[in-house]
Design a protein around this ligand. Structure first.
Ligand SMILES: *[C@@H]1O[C@H](CO)[C@@H](O)[C@H](O)[C@H]1NC(C)=O
Ligand SMILES: *[C@@H]1O[C@H](CO)[C@@H](O)[C@H](O)[C@H]1NC(C)=O
Length: 490
């Protein structure tokens, strides 16, 4: 199928055009520039799924795509590769032709074959928006994560007993793109599994009390190590690296400072790599990994099929939950608190609540991936002390309510979208980031009263806070500016 907005220019015509223009993407762009020579190494032989844009710099639709494509690249950092080939360059022309490019831009998703061999290549004909592109690519990320149940736990643990394994305990049934990407980084180095909270024997065996929890089993007799850092890819990879170095070709995480670090890592890597790979027999994970849940419904049956704008898939770990009034005040309701997004839920088992929370997780995750400092999102149960009166004073009473609140500046906003779908929540969040739309004034005395109430109540629990997983930077005005909003709102 031909996309109606393709620049209808046959590649053959290109050679007739005079002097190639400079490419659309600069060195600083999150889009990786690929050419005929390095395509094989960077894309075809990668363990990561890529999307590749074949473009010409003079093509208007290519220029129009650029902002969305760069946004997609940022969102996919650490998860997949987003690349572009300038087909206007002489060296690339035959290559673009051999890839069947007949117009610009042409987008192709390149998905590595599990177990090696030629990757599968599929045209992307979906919407040219960042979110549609991200979703399509996320759906094509290979899944090496083994779903582990109580009944399969022993087998999982005894398989190649000496080799390291990692288990993510989660209350989710699906596997996040983040965990998939970690499993790809550590393919054949660390076997990554996922255990659902309802697998009570496994949960008990490892003494897991909260979800998600990541546990590293270094192998042999070494005791399990529980991860207690941030649920972000870089930090998690670093943690797991103590049991084995990741593969040499991670999906690019492009923040500038990172680059040097990566190189150093790579050098260190090569020494250890041999050790890591030779120390153990070939993994069988390709055969034990369950099929991805999303592949049944929405994936085209074969490669050449047109890819529809896909449904949104889960890409993220859950947003943190606030379980106590003290914590709520500490993070969001004291007179120094910056913007917080709070999702109040009557029960997080409720379908609407699940949808809202999962969509918020996706958003938080997208922003985290692109290293944008977004305000924090928290789940807050309506049963937490002080929440009922707070909601009453704001005059909101649904089973699921999302608000943004900035106690320092004395405003709040109510999410009033028709549903808790991804798109409508995202545009609400974007409006807050951009300082658009109406803010409501917080009722007089609400913050002060809240603080007062807990300074007495909180004292005995004060030591708890050191062990909470959520960073407290929000209350420290000297900390790195926490959110884009703080700038945007000025
Ligand atoms: C891809 O994964 C394999 C293990 O399945 C690993 O040996 C190889 O080094 C990885 N390749 C890259 C380029 O990271
Ligand atoms: C996000 O919202 C959409 C509705 O637009 C819903 O269909 C979808 O299931 C939600 N996503 C998740 C992961 O819950």
């Amino acid at each position: 199928m031909h996309h109606p907005t393709l620049c209808a220019v046959a590649v053959a015509v290109l050679s007739a055009l005079p002097g190639a223009q400079a490419g659309l993407y600069t060195k600083k762009s999150p889009v990786v520039q690929v050419d005929a020579k390095n395509y094989d190494r960077l894309i075809a032989k990668s363990n990561y799924t890529s999307i590749v844009e074949f473009y010409a710099p003079w093509c208007g639709h290519c220029q129009n795509l650029k902002p969305a494509y760069e946004k997609a690249a940022k969102n996919l950092e650490g998860l997949a590769k987003v690349a572009a080939v300038n087909c206007d360059e002489d060296v690339n022309k035959p290559f673009c032709g051999s890839m069947g490019v007949q117009g610009f831009p042409t987008l192709k998703i390149v998905r590595p074959k599990k177990g090696g061999g030629k990757p599968m290549i599929q045209d992307y004909n979906g919407q040219r928006t960042a979110s549609a592109i991200v979703d399509a690519v996320v759906q094509s990320i290979n899944n090496y994560v083994v779903k582990v149940e109580d009944k399969s736990l022993d087998k999982f643990l005894s398989d190649e007993e000496e080799s390291p394994k990692a288990l993510l305990f989660t209350d989710k049934g699906t596997t996040s793109a983040l965990l998939k990407s970690i499993a790809i980084d550590f393919a054949d180095v660390i076997t990554v599994g996922q255990v659902r909270n309802k697998e009570t024997a496994a949960v008990k065996k490892f003494g897991v009390t909260k979800f998600p929890t990541l546990v590293l089993l270094p192998g042999g007799d070494a005791s399990p190590i529980v991860y207690d850092g941030e649920l972000k890819k870089d930090a998690m990879v670093k943690f797991l690296s103590q049991a084995g170095e990741p593969n040499p070709d991670p999906a690019p995480a492009k923040a500038k400072g990172d680059k040097k670090e990566k190189k150093e890592k790579k050098e260190k890597k090569s020494e250890k790599a041999e050790k890591a790979t030779s120390a153990k027999p070939k993994s069988k994970k390709t055969t034990t990994a369950e099929p991805e849940p999303e592949s049944t419904a929405s994936e085209p049956a074969h490669e050449t099929e047109t890819q529809q704008a896909p449904v949104i898939v889960e890409t993220a770990l859950p947003i943190p939950a606030i379980h106590s009034q003290e914590k709520l005040i500490k993070e969001c309701l004291n007179e120094k608190s910056h913007t917080c997004v709070l999702a109040f839920v009557a029960s997080n088992e409720d379908e609407t609540a699940k949808k809202a929370l999962e969509n918020l997780s996706q958003l938080a995750f997208k922003h985290a991936q692109s290293k944008r400092h977004l305000f924090p999102f928290y789940e807050v149960s309506k049963t937490v002390d002080g929440v009922a009166p707070l909601l009453k004073s704001l005059d909101i009473n649904g089973d699921v309510e999302i608000i943004a609140i900035n106690a320092r500046r004395g405003w709040w906003r109510h999410y009033e979208g028709a549903d808790f779908g991804h798109a409508s929540v995202e545009s609400w969040i974007d409006a807050i980031r951009m300082g658009e739309g109406a803010k409501k004034k917080l009722p007089e005395g609400l913050i002060a009263a809240a603080v007062e109430e807990t300074t007495s109540a909180a004292t005995p629990k004060a030591t708890d806070s050191a062990t909470e997983s959520i960073e407290t930077k929000a209350t420290d005005p000297t900390a790195e500016p926490e959110t884009a909003a703080e700038h945007d709102e000025l």
